[in-house]
Ligand binder design. Structure first.
Ligand code: F6P
Length: 377
């Protein structure tokens, strides 16, 4: 009997998702005579049994498309919004897996998706995952698809901002995505020759940034480009955040529900109060340096549109290899990029971990060597 494989895309969309869907499906159909069914809108579509038949006509011409033809959502099987409540729908999802006679389910997503997929694997479903996210923060893989495209988009945007910063003798502060990892800000910052790069891994002091900008002024450079990762924190905020995280761990270890609720509220408040962090930094720099400052937030622009050639190739080869692993009986694993090959990494080895930028990473060293300020003095 031909195998029947399900695919879903979950979490934030990312360039290369359609290339992966095509790579998986064409390999399955053409090389392994398998049948493929897509589930719409992530785990929600599997719960609601909303399917999409992925045949050769559907797969034709999706390679270059941004987004995902399957749709996506951030809904989790064990915490599905139903009406006004969150309900554990894992049983319904498992039932639908069997009702569709699936031999395996491929979940394409970032860190959150790996966790959700692992929970389903623990329930006995045959699960493989692929690592995608523009944040590049999935543990166990060299790189995630989507990251390269987002870095190109951010770099091009910063290049454009460079010329206007230069003409107006301004500071331009550019906020890029990346969640709590600095890969995107660092990569785009180095590629675009940013004068200051702020990433979550290196807490910053605004005074240090202002000093670096003033030094540039003294050298005759009356403009500066400051690239800020959305998760970057000042030294003061970082200290407070670490204390909150410690409290959260303690409350969890002590199984203290009341303390957990309180710390979660405090964490939410902390995040809300810092929504306009980058705008505040832009104002502070204007005050401290006397140069006009403008803020640009690149936001979802970084996730949209056609994937780069690098991401198309990466997503295609991950998709193809994933089917090979399924054919070999591999399950409960993420197909990770290891140089020019791939490796099936057991999900339990990577869930709950986040790949942040190591402080001795060559991109940081190179940036420091060419005089980039990280705000850490
Ligand atoms: O994980 C990808 C990402 O774009 C992050 O960089 C960002 O923090 C987040 O998603 C934004 O999520 P949403 O699209 O749900 O607002």
């Amino acid at each position: 009997m031909n195998k029947h494989i399900g695919i879903l895309t979950a979490g934030g969309d990312s360039p290369g998702l359609n290339a992966a869907i095509r790579g998986i499906s064409k390999t399955a159909i053409l090389s392994y005579k398998m049948n493929i069914t897509g589930f719409r809108d992530g785990f929600r579509g599997l719960m609601e049994n909303r399917t999409m038949r992925l045949d050769m006509s559907v797969l034709s011409s999706i390679l270059t498309l941004g987004g995902t033809i399957l749709g996506t959502s951030r809904d989790k099987p064990h915490r599905m919004p139903v009406g006004q409540e969150f309900v554990d729908m894992t049983d319904v999802i498992c039932d639908n897996y069997y009702r569709n006679n699936l031999d395996a389910l491929i979940c394409i997503g970032g860190g959150g998706t790996q966790k959700n997929a692992y929970r389903l694997a623990q329930r006995g479903l045959n699960i493989l995952t692929l690592p995608k996210t523009i944040d590049n923060d999935v543990a166990g893989t060299d790189v995630t698809f989507g990251f390269h495209t987002a870095m190109e988009i951010a770099t091009e945007a910063i290049d454009r901002l460079h010329s206007t910063a230069h003409s107006h003798h301004r500071i331009i502060v550019v906020e890029v995505m990346g969640h709590n990892a600095g890969w995107l800000a660092l990569g785009a910052g180095v590629a675009s020759g940013a004068d200051v790069i702020l990433i979550p891994e290196i807490p910053y002091d605004p005074v240090e940034i202002a000093t670096a900008i003033r030094k540039r002024q003294h050298r005759g450079n009356n403009f500066s480009i400051v690239v800020v990762a959305e998760g970057a924190l000042s030294k003061t905020d970082h200290k407070q955040y670490n204390e909150l995280k410690k409290r959260k761990l303690q409350a969890k270890a002590e199984k203290d529900a009341k303390a957990r609720k309180k710390v979660n509220e405090d964490l939410n408040l902390f995040r809300t109060q810092r929504t306009n962090n980058t705008l505040k930094l832009s104002h502070d720099l204007e005050e401290m340096t006397g140069l006009e400052s403008r803020l640009t937030i690149l936001g979802h622009l970084q996730r949209g549109g056609t994937p780069s050639a690098t991401d198309r190739v990466l997503a295609t080869r991950l998709g193809c290899d994933c089917i090979k692993y399924i054919n070999d009986g591999v399950t409960g694993a993420m197909i990770a990029v290891k140089g020019e090959t791939t490796q099936a990494i057991p999900l339990e080895k990577i869930v709950g971990q986040r790949l942040v930028v190591p402080l001795d990473h060559s991109w940081i060293t190179a940036a420091r060597n060419v005089g980039t300020c990280f705000g850490d003095g």
